[in-house]
Design a protein around this ligand. Structure first.
Ligand code: ADP
Ligand code: MG
Length: 359
């Protein structure tokens, strides 16, 4: 399983320059609020996922008054060492290297060092739009299936091109069907494959999710993740039927890029009817299921990042998570918490903490 042994940050968010050695097991990062705990977890996430978990814009990860950042990490996986380096300079292309070799595409790195981040603020998963949920599940599938990722990347690229063309036609008040049709013929088979994969995935993922939810809540609440495809008739037909609407909108209105995943609790929408407690359990269970799913698919435990859970979760859910940590369910774990006392006390009787890092 992947272990991050060493991390060095330069001009990344609040870090001028810092380096850390990590334990293979449990790493507790403690320090007062604002000290950079979340930023440190984000740096780990970045090296695994090629992007920040919190900032969509890389420029915002650069320390104020600087022009770029670098991250360097040394991973170990199945006794092999991997040196991963990211460097980003304002206005330039991000460079990602593994063992001194630059990747042509960032996506080649995805899945090599999977990681799961649990932070209790992930309400966007429940409250946000369908795009948030799609991205969440796509990221899980991509970490375990290269073919799916390639199909999705290709789909998104073609969709962008089709949309650009539609927008151009709208702007210039022109239209040329012959330039649109090739996109449809490329998008149709990709749409079918992606939809089938999402269907299969959610069936499988539901099992992990329901198990995690039951474990967290000790209750017999009925929970389910429901894949709701945006398109239920053949894709070819949809593109044909929608062409005039697409022209008016200047973009492709229907397709797998609008798919939804509904969160159902006791037969009703979690978003509309779920209590705060149910929503919290749902979110944590989704993340635990993400861990379990990736582990079983890759036969390798993802790195687990737990941010601020002691502060934000209630006693019962904290106990449940600690139980999993103490049982050795996870591989390498990073826990960020403001109080060293609390962290120490929580682990007093359990598994020995590998490493305490005071910021
Ligand atoms: N790009 C940046 N440059 C400099 N400081 C930053 C940048 N982004 C965030 N910070 C600072 O990082 C600090 C928060 O760090 P964070 O890791 O969230 O702390 P915590 O220990 O509470 O998790 C804040 O003081 C914030 O101003
Ligand atoms: Mg924080």
């Amino acid at each position: 399983m992947p272990i991050l042994q060493y991390l060095c940050l330069t001009h990344f968010k609040s870090y001028e320059s810092a380096s850390f050695d990590f334990s293979d097991t449990l790493n507790c990062i403690v320090g007062e609020n604002g000290k950079g705990k979340t930023n440190l977890l984000d740096a780990v996430y970045y090296l695994c996922m090629t992007r920040s978990a919190f900032q969509h814009n890389d420029s915002l990860c650069i320390q104020h008054h600087q022009s770029g950042f670098t991250l360097f990490g040394r991973f170990r996986k199945q006794k092999e060492c991997y040196e991963v380096g990211v460097s980003f300079q304002n206005g330039k292309k991000k460079i990602l290297k593994c063992n001194q070799k630059e990747y042509e595409k960032l996506s080649e790195h995805i899945g090599k060092f999977p990681c799961v981040l649990i932070c209790p603020y992930d309400y966007y998963l429940v409250q946000g739009g369908n795009e948030e949920r799609r991205k969440f599940f796509d990221s899980i599938i991509c970490q375990t299936n290269v073919v799916y990722m390639q199909n999705l990347l290709r789909y998104n690229q073609l969709l962008r091109q089709r949309n650009a063309l539609l927008a151009h036609f709208l702007e210039t008040n022109t239209f040329d069907e012959d330039r649109i049709l090739p996109y449809d013929s490329w998008l149709v088979p990709l749409s079918e494959t992606i939809m089938q994969h999402r269907k299969d995935f959610i069936q499988h993922f539901n099992l992990y999710f329901q198990e995690a939810y039951a474990f967290l809540t000790d209750k017999k609440e009925d929970v389910e993740l429901h894949y709701q495809a945006d398109v239920t008739i053949p894709f070819q037909k949809i593109f044909q039927q929608n062409l005039s609407a697409d022209r008016q909108a200047g973009r492709t209105l229907k397709g797998i890029h609008k798919d939804e995943y509904a969160f159902i609790c006791n037969g009703f929408s979690l978003k509309k009817f779920g209590s705060q407690g149910q929503q919290k359990s749902f979110i944590i269970a989704l993340k635990l299921a993400e861990f379990a799913f990736i582990y079983h698919q890759n036969r390798d435990k993802p790195i687990l990042l737990l941010d601020d859970i002691f502060d934000k979760l209630d006693e019962h859910r904290i106990r449940k998570l600690l139980q999993l940590i103490e049982q050795g369910t996870f591989g390498q774990v990073f826990i960020a918490d403001a109080s060293p006392k609390r962290t120490k006390a929580l682990f007093a009787q359990g598994q020995a903490v590998g490493n305490f890092i005071y910021l």
